[in-house]
Design a protein around this ligand. Structure first.
Ligand SMILES: [Fe+2]
Length: 162
């Protein structure tokens, strides 16, 4: 199955991250984004496999280079090269995947549907992981809106139990 090859590729790169804490955070982040992405893809009648592939590869440049400098652009190149060599994604799918990775740190106004899923899942994951509320009113609204889409009512940060 083609998703397994993507998981294997990303997991191998993650194993090379020397710092234990950082490796854990990246692992939790990537998998959290993949889970949110598949849920939103299903909700929006898109292909969850494509959304998961995007999520798994979206921070690949940051994982490999240990830096977020230009990681969206560099990650799109790495993803495109990897998926082309893998041979189990069509050219159109590779374009969608690379484009979403390339755009995930840019202005959402030009987003296509998969670009939006990545950006939104990337935004949501830290709140699920740390149970913190966004600081800005914009962030709070966005969080509420996205959870409402999947029928979850966001109560408050109290659910962390801390
Ligand atoms: Fe991310």
């Amino acid at each position: 199955m083609r998703l397994k090859a993507v998981y294997d590729f990303v997991n191998k790169k993650l194993l090379n991250v020397p710092d234990d804490e950082r490796r854990h955070d990246l692992y939790a982040h990537i998998n959290g984004v993949a889970n949110f992405s598949s849920i939103f893809a299903l909700k929006r009648k898109l292909d969850p496999q494509i959304a998961i592939t995007i999520a798994l590869l979206h921070d690949i440049a940051a994982i490999i280079h240990n830096s977020y400098d230009d990681h969206a652009h560099l990650g799109a190149i790495i993803a495109r090269d990897f998926l082309t060599a893998l041979g189990s994604y069509t050219d159109d799918e590779i374009d969608i995947i690379a484009t979403a990775i390339q755009r995930h740190t840019s202005d959402p106004r030009g987003f296509q549907r998969y670009d939006a899923i990545l950006s939104e899942a990337d935004f949501l994951q830290p709140y699920l992981h740390h149970f913190e509320e966004p600081k800005s009113a914009f962030g709070k609204n966005k969080l509420k809106e996205l959870f409402a889409e999947i029928n979850i009512e966001w109560v408050s940060a109290d659910i962390s139990g801390t």
